[in-house]
Write a protein that binds this ligand. Structure first.
Ligand code: PEP
Ligand code: MN
Length: 309
């Protein structure tokens, strides 16, 4: 099936040049079919149609998309040197592959904790080095890309910034791999076209992240689009990971959502873990404590065992 068919789009090209369209209108249907041009997928470089082989993205020595579930874990926000070091030790011991932690936070309210910026980047990088975990952190604006890239192994584009084209262009010409989160209201087509900005701008190291979309449902913070993950895997050769923390907003749902993501074929997970979620400065209600994270990792290992991975 073509990318356009997978997206549920008509294969009649609305952009077919006027001249060809009018010629086509005057021909018999058989002749018209002969004139049908092969449709290019809307996202050429991201498309699996044109690049059937799955891509493996290497971030700080960790291979994402190579067939093994990669787990990135850590607090929503880096709050102190001690907090990130303690979290790094625990998630590493439990088997995480990468350390996450926000230094620049995109908060809905300007009155909420905005992150500790450069200071937090230093602590995050230090905790990563100490524990042997490469780090992933969000970059909010084009001006911050060089600074954040000095500290991070994988640069996160947050959901709110998926269509920040100035940021995407800046990251496209950078040297670090990018974790591109799906916007809360973005279609899969828009998400893959955002990835296309990075690829066509010269950065082939792109990992996609489904983190829940906005629907009528309010019982969960967002709605985890698992079918969208499966569809994205069919549409693109890029690795696709899942963030069950922001997708559900509820600690009790993080484990089942993680298992489901693994079962549907996600290449990895991005999970919020805090040494004391009740005292977290952001997203405590969806953060696992280190013991819960350890249990999750045991469950995931047994899942992988059952699946023969
Ligand atoms: C985050 O990862 O902490 C975050 C803010 O995520 P999102 O952009 O998906 O809301
Ligand atoms: Mn968060």
């Amino acid at each position: 099936m073509s990318s356009r068919e997978l997206l549920g789009e008509s294969t009649a090209d609305p952009h077919l040049p006027e001249r060809r369209r009018s010629r086509r209108a005057t021909h018999s249907s058989a002749a018209a079919a002969a004139l049908e041009v092969k449709q290019e997928p809307p996202f050429r470089m991201a498309s699996r149609e044109l690049h059937p082989e799955s891509s493996v993205v290497c971030a700080g020595g960790v291979e994402i998309g190579a067939g093994r579930l990669v787990v990135m874990a850590g607090p929503c926000s880096v709050e102190s040197r001690q907090q990130i070091r303690a979290t790094a030790r625990r998630v590493k011991a439990a088997g995480a592959d990468m350390l996450r932690g926000g230094a620049y936070k995109p908060r809905t309210s300007p009155y909420d904790f905005q992150g500790l910026g450069r200071k937090a980047l230093g602590w995050l990088a230090e905790a990563g080095r100490e524990s042997g975990l490469p780090v992933v952190t969000e970059v909010l604006s084009p001006e911050d890309v060089d600074l954040v890239a000095e500290y991070a192994d994988l640069l996160q584009v947050g959901a709110r910034n998926m269509q920040n084209y100035a940021l995407l262009r800046r990251l496209a010409s950078g040297s670090k791999p990018v974790l591109l989160k799906r916007g809360p209201s973005a279609t899969i087509r828009e998400w893959l076209l955002a990835a296309e900005y990075l690829l066509s701008g010269g950065n082939a190291r792109v990992v996609l992240c489904e983190r829940g979309i906005r629907t009528f449902e309010t019982a969960t913070r967002n709605t985890l689009d698992l079918a969208g993950v499966a569809l994205a895997k069919q549409l693109t050769h890029l690795p696709v990971i899942v963030d069950p923390s922001h997708a559900t907003g509820k600690r009790a749902l993080v484990v089942p959502a993680s298992r489901a993501a693994a079962a549907v074929g996600a290449d990895g997970l991005l999970i919020e873990v805090h040494p004391c979620p009740g005292r977290a400065l952001s997203d405590g209600e969806q953060s696992l404590n280190p013991d819960e994270f350890e249990e999750l990792m045991v469950t995931l290992r047994s899942l992988a065992f059952c699946a023969g991975v």
